[in-house]
Write a new protein. Structure first.
Lengths: 263, 305
């Protein structure tokens, strides 16, 4: 198995005022190129911490993280991050927000018209070409999140890291964006790691669902393979026995096994 | 059918609803002509126009009434004899504003020159305070060590009355004009330092996370994220500083002399021309209000929510 993103015995301990807090304890995971992995677990299980470590926003206190053979020691544009709060800069238009990322990555080697072209491509990818000159406060939450995704993808990252990107949206918008994300990911062939709370979302989108134990000192509890063909249609999957089985496995892990351990 | 005809007839006889204290409730007309949509919509139009008229009146009448009450109180106090009333002041005002640009020498110039001189001093003192205070505020907000260094000094000097700074200015700069500017500088710099520093500390971590995720270079972080995020706080500091500066200039000029609104007040007190003191008060207030509004407009321009 090709190890594109390799997480090796990673542990994370924070030094807080109240003492040491171990968020993660010995997490190991190998992610293939082009794979879609979702991270799921109860609150406080360290999912976001693990994602931040992959993004390089923190450095693990033990263990190593490698991306395409090189160790991850800090943030960089080869990992595109999509936050739960869209984190769009409110004084820039949608176009300018994406252009900021594009310029950072490609500014040194490409001409300005080229960069502008890339930005427009990214907007077209999320079907927001018409909102290019609008400011974030002029567009809806779903649209803001799409711009956030466009910004991450415009950098052509090696891996797309998403921290509950649809958590702040209503169910209908969420479903719509999940379908859009699947279409975009299959078009670009991106490797994706997504943190989510939603079991259905985790199973629908992923090739593998990584389930984490309860924190503190969380580790990977189990991994469910979702061997469903793409493109995936949520309506057709409702009755599919493999989908149902995968969903059941995740639910059992979260609500049976983990509850016992917590007690 | 008959009801509708009657309703239509009523509308023909009765002209547009009068602006009475208790107008007929519009729904009375709509209920009577429920089937006839055109009647209903024009009745709603009338209701809306009526409400708009009432709102405009409220917006103009209430403030006008407030000013009227103020003038009435002033008149009542003037009857006591110690200060002139509105009528006398109005006559004096006509004289003052009749020839605003006269120039009878270095210390006797028209009202326009007085206003210009005061604004000039405020502009210089305030401009210097902004030039020094805003960058200082950025540094104090960004670097904790500098903040801890500055805190006791700022805390100590901030509550000092501007007038206490004046003698120091006179001693160091050996002139009334630079001393006044110094006093404005040292009195109005504090809001700009403090508000800018707070703004820097309050930049939402979301935006700084974006900067980190994109690993933007430091200067780009400043121009694209830090500065625009701090701008609203900075502009509030500027507004507060402007208010202080305008207050201070009048006091400073009273003590230093020369051409200016503050000195005019003091001069006319010595001449016992009380009408001109009152005129000066109005002019000072009006200009202060205008400055505040100008800055408010500027602040609104840069709001993005």
């Amino acid at each position: 198995m090709e190890q594109y993103l390799k997480i090796e015995n990673v542990g994370m301990t924070f030094h807080t005022r109240k003492g040491r807090f171990t968020a993660l304890d010995d997490v190991s995971l190998d992610i293939r190129k082009g794979e879609f992995v979702t991270l799921i677990g109860h609150s406080g299980c360290g999912k976001s911490t693990l994602l931040n470590l992959m993004a390089g926003l923190d450095v693990p206190t033990s263990g190593y993280i490698f991306l395409s053979g090189r160790q991850v020691l800090g943030p960089g544009p080869d990992r595109g991050m999509v936050f739960q709060n869209h984190s769009l800069l409110p004084w820039l238009t949608c176009f300018e927000n994406i252009y900021l990322a594009v310029e950072r990555v490609f500014g040194g080697s490409e001409s300005k018209p080229h960069l502008v072209g890339r930005t427009h491509e990214a907007l077209k990818l999320v079907q927001l070409a018409h909102a290019a000159d609008k400011r974030p406060h002029e567009i809806s939450g779903g649209m803001k999140q799409r711009v956030g995704i466009a910004r991450a993808l415009a950098m052509e990252p090696k891996v797309l890291l998403m921290d509950e990107p649809f958590g702040a949206l209503d169910a209908l918008t969420r479903a719509h964006l999940q379908d859009e994300l699947m279409a975009i990911v299959s078009a670009t062939g991106s490797t994706v790691v997504m943190v989510t709370h939603d079991v259905d979302e985790a199973v629908l989108l992923a090739d593998r669902v990584v389930m984490m134990t309860n924190g503190p000192a969380a580790r990977i509890g189990d991994i469910v393979e979702v061997d469903l063909p793409r493109p995936r249609d949520r309506l057709k999957l409702v009755g599919d026995p493999r989908y149902v089985a995968a969903r059941k496995a995740v639910l059992e892990f979260l609500y049976q096994k983990q509850i016992k351990h917590a007690a | 059918m008959a009801n509708r005809a009657a309703a239509n007839a009523l509308r023909l006889i009765e002209p547009t609803p009068p602006v009475a204290p208790v107008p007929a409730h519009p729904s009375a007309v709509t209920l009577a002509a429920a089937a006839d949509r055109s009647v209903a919509t024009s009745a709603l139009d009338d209701a809306r126009k009526l409400r708009q008229r009432q709102e405009t009146l409220a917006r103009i009448v209430a403030p006008a009434l407030g000013l009227l009450v103020f003038v009435a109180i002033w008149y009542a106090v003037s009857l006591q004899g110690s200060i002139p009333g509105p009528a006398k002041t109005w006559t004096a005002a006509k004289e003052v504003f009749g020839n605003p640009f006269y120039d009878n020498g270095p210390n006797d110039k028209g009202i326009a020159w007085k206003i210009g001189a005061s604004l000039g001093r405020v502009g210089t003192g305030f401009g210097l305070a902004a030039l020094v205070g805003i960058p200082l505020g950025f540094m104090i907000g960004r670097f904790t060590f500098l903040r801890r260094m500055a805190e006791p000094v700022i805390g100590l000097l901030r509550p000092v009355s501007p007038l206490a700074w004046l003698p120091i200015g006179l001693l160091v700069f050996k002139g009334a004009h630079p001393a006044a500017i110094w006093t404005i500088f040292i009195s109005s710099i504090w809001p700009m330092i403090i508000n800018t520093a707070v703004g820097v500390q309050r930049v939402p971590s979301d935006y700084l996370n974006v900067a980190r995720a994109l690993s933007l270079p430091e200067w780009k972080v400043f121009t694209k994220i830090l500065f625009p995020a701090v701008l609203p706080y900075m502009l509030t500091g500027v507004r507060l500083s402007m208010g202080v500066a305008w207050l201070v200039i009048v006091a400073a000029e009273m003590l230093t002399g020369g051409v200016g609104l503050g000195f005019w007040v003091w001069d006319e007190w010595n001449n016992l021309k009380v009408e001109n003191i009152i005129i000066a008060i109005f002019v000072i207030g009006a200009i202060g209000l205008a400055l505040e509004h100008l800055l408010l407009l500027l602040a609104k321009r840069w709001q993005y929510d």
